[in-house]
Design a protein. Structure first.
Length: 426
């Protein structure tokens, strides 16, 4: 065999993996080590600070922000459990793990990546519902539904990342290059499925959601929708960062399925660095673009020395990284009305000098308040009698996760029955 050929147990004799497919130079290894170390530091700082903000302000943890919390936890686990060993793999002639733990490292890397991808899909659909259907959003996206979706994201991520342990695909420790790699050419079906589920299909779903959002933005123009458009821009930035981070890694993986040409080491290193970069981008995007989190961030770092004081309760209950949703819109409007009404009452009191006029105004106010209270009671009764309805979008996301979970579970069970006591451990 030639020097560029590595014999695989599955019969594939060319190394086409996108992760370090060749002898990297010392400069390439050092640059990759420094950049991944910087990503680890920024990711730890950003994710921990935003998690502390959530702990400091429990009002932020409504349904939409639970998805954000799940995304931050996946990024933090990727940073703590995977990236340090990726740094160790860049050291020449040094690898601290055996082959079984090497397999576990690659499985964990894909597990947390799939968890982040699935959560971003849920966040995109959630923002679509909050922006297009703001009034009925609280009855559609309930806390129970949010908990079920988070559980489905992790269950589906486990099923998506573990097939190489059952023999569908190959994870290998390359003795020559001292790196844990997925041999994408060992199983075309697994490689195509991973590429589709981790990049191409999520991008299509997110683009569809935001295309419908911005199409509605052209038709509806009022102040409350301005806040929702700002929220859509925030999540659109998240989607763009996801495409830039996951795109190169998935594209190189797809190319490696059908091409036997070795990917240059610098290109493989750049793809891996961008793959890890999304873990530190998410908290900074959220913290920078959300006012309440930014204020809590400054208060957390500086404390009373910065003169920030305590954040008002009105800013603390805003929808995280989206200014309003269906419930928060009414709170925002009512808080504005509470600030305006005392001034109007004072002006009316100063203008009306006659006691008769004052009594007539008081009677009109009482009549107005009675009519408003009766209208509120009718609205409450109608809302309680109305059952929450499932939109086609909610049914679609349920069917998307349930179908993927069923397919992956059936495939994994079939692999387990074929290779019950024969996992591919090298």
């Amino acid at each position: 065999k030639s020097d560029n050929t590595v014999v695989r147990p599955s019969g594939c004799n060319t190394s086409t993996v996108p992760w370090d497919p060749g002898a990297p130079s010392l400069v390439n290894s050092m640059v990759k080590m420094v950049l991944i170390s910087a990503i680890v530091c920024m990711s730890l700082f950003g994710n921990v600070v935003v998690l502390l903000v959530f702990q400091r302000k429990p009002q932020l943890l409504h349904v939409a922000n639970r998805f954000v919390l799940n995304l931050l936890l996946a990024d933090l686990l990727q940073t703590v459990l995977v990236m340090p060993f990726a740094i160790a793999a860049t050291v020449p002639e040094v690898w601290p793990l055996d082959t079984r733990l090497c397999q576990a490292l690659v499985v964990l890397m894909h597990l947390f990546a799939f968890a982040g991808v699935n959560t971003i899909i849920v966040v995109s659909v959630d923002r679509y519902l909050a922006i297009i259907h703001p009034l009925s959003y609280p009855t559609r996206m309930t806390p129970h539904l949010g908990t079920n979706l988070i559980a489905l994201t992790w269950l589906l991520s486990v099923l998506q990342s573990t097939p190489p342990l059952y023999g569908w695909g190959t994870i290998e420790f390359d003795q020559r290059h001292k790196a844990c790699t997925v041999v994408w050419s060992s199983s075309y079906s697994y490689s195509a499925l991973v590429s589709a589920l981790s990049f191409w299909l999520p991008v299509v779903i997110m683009l569809c959601c935001y295309w419908m959002v911005f199409r509605a933005a052209r038709r509806i123009r009022h102040r409350r929708f301005h806040y929702h458009c700002k929220a859509a821009r925030v999540v659109f930035v998240i989607m763009a960062s996801y495409v830039l981070s996951m795109g190169p890694y998935c594209i190189l993986s797809t190319i490696s399925i059908y091409s036997s040409a070795a990917v240059p080491p610098w290109l493989a290193s750049m793809a891996l660095i961008l793959f890890f970069l999304q873990c530190c981008l998410h908290p900074y995007i959220y913290g920078y673009m959300h006012r309440s989190v930014r204020k809590e961030f400054l208060a957390l770092l500086c404390g009373p020395l910065c003169g920030q004081g305590r954040i008002s309760q009105g800013s603390g209950v805003d929808s995280c990284f989206t200014v309003t949703d269906g419930r928060m819109a009414h709170t925002h409007l009512s808080s504005q009305a509470a600030r305006v009404c005392p001034r109007r009452t004072w002006e009316e009191g100063t203008v009306s000098s006659s006691p008769t006029e004052r009594r007539s105004k008081d009677s009109r106010k009482e009549t107005t308040s009675i009519s408003l209270s009766s209208e509120k009671e009718l609205t409450v009764h109608s809302n309680t009698n109305k059952q929450p309805e499932e939109t086609p979008t909610v049914r679609f996301i349920y069917m998307y996760f349930i179908l993927q979970t069923g397919v992956m579970a059936a495939k994994n069970s079939a692999l387990l029955s074929q290779n019950k006591y024969n996992f591919k451990m090298y």
